[in-house]
Design a protein around this ligand. Structure first.
Ligand code: KIV
Length: 274
């Protein structure tokens, strides 16, 4: 490959520059093999802490650890070459202090090679976001429904369903943008609120159950492929892979039980002796 042909990975400033421009295509991935497929079509791959629910079967994202995020972040980096890889900071790894957030974010960046991290929260994180960005850590924000707060908010219901509740969410979005984040996920909010935040903040918004007006969209890969047992109402399914995978596993099991599994003589074309 010549130097000109080399594929350059997108960076946080590249994504920041897309405000109001070509929509930003994002998906989650946790593995090298799905990252390879997603990388062909997406600008951003999020190694989301949703991996705790999708891969590990936890009820919430709360049990996810920094080591789990680093392991899967590294796998996604190995499987991709063009997309910006953003790794989620899990619950408990950044809320205590801006110093704790920097220490853990630096570890994620050093050990995975990812280009940015994501944190959940608004005004209360403004100081932390400034501290990180001033020290070389690009930050994606996340407001609206913040699943790591499940034990205080009580359910995964959409936020800002009534206009009287919009103010604090708008303030959260503005604080994250003013603090220096390069983009902002808005999850599960009333459509007009997602649109309003997108118009008001200076950075690209990435919607998930927010508004078509957002500067980009994200979905959990397994949700849109029909592989998750439960999905939020706003998820549009682009595939139904579950039955296909089950049919393949069942054919394999039948072959093994019927001793119809190909033997080494068929595979290696070995010469029969005598
Ligand atoms: O963890 C995750 O996958 C996320 C997306 C749903 C935005 O935060």
């Amino acid at each position: 490959m010549s130097i000109q042909d080399e594929i350059r990975r997108l960076t946080a400033p590249d994504i920041r520059a897309r405000k109001g421009g070509e929509p930003i295509v994002c998906l989650t991935s946790y593995h090298a093999h799905t990252a390879r497929l997603v990388d062909k079509y997406c600008d951003v791959i999020l190694v989301g802490d949703s991996l705790g629910m999708v891969m590990h079967g936890f009820e919430t994202t709360v049990p996810v650890t920094l080591d789990m995020m680093i392991l899967q972040g590294h796998a996604v980096m190995r499987g991709s070459e063009r997309a910006l890889i953003v790794v989620d900071m899990p619950f408990g790894s950044y809320e205590e202090s801006k110093e704790q957030a920097f220490r853990n974010a630096a570890r994620v960046m050093k050990e995975t090679g990812c280009g940015a991290i994501k944190v959940e929260g608004g005004r209360r994180l403004a100081e932390t976001i400034s501290f990180l960005t001033e020290r070389g850590v690009p930050v994606m924000g996340h407001v609206g429904l913040t699943p790591q707060a499940i034990n205080t908010i009580g359910s995964f219901r959409a936020q800002g369903r009534e206009e009287k509740d919009w103010g604090p969410i708008e303030d959260d979005a503005r604080s994250v943008s003013d603090a220096g984040a390069f983009s902002l996920v808005i999850e599960a909010v009333a459509e007009p609120l997602g649109r309003r935040i997108t118009e008001k903040v200076a950075i690209p918004t990435i919607g998930i159950g927010a508004s078509v007006a957002c500067d980009g969209q994200i979905l959990v890969l397994e949700d849109m492929l029909g592989l998750s047992p439960r999905v939020p109402k706003f998820v549009r399914r682009y595939g139904d892979l579950g039955p296909g995978i089950e049919a393949a596993i069942s054919s394999y099991a039948k072959d093994v039980r019927a001793r119809a599994f190909p033997g080494p003589d068929q595979v290696y074309n070995m010469k029969k002796e005598n």
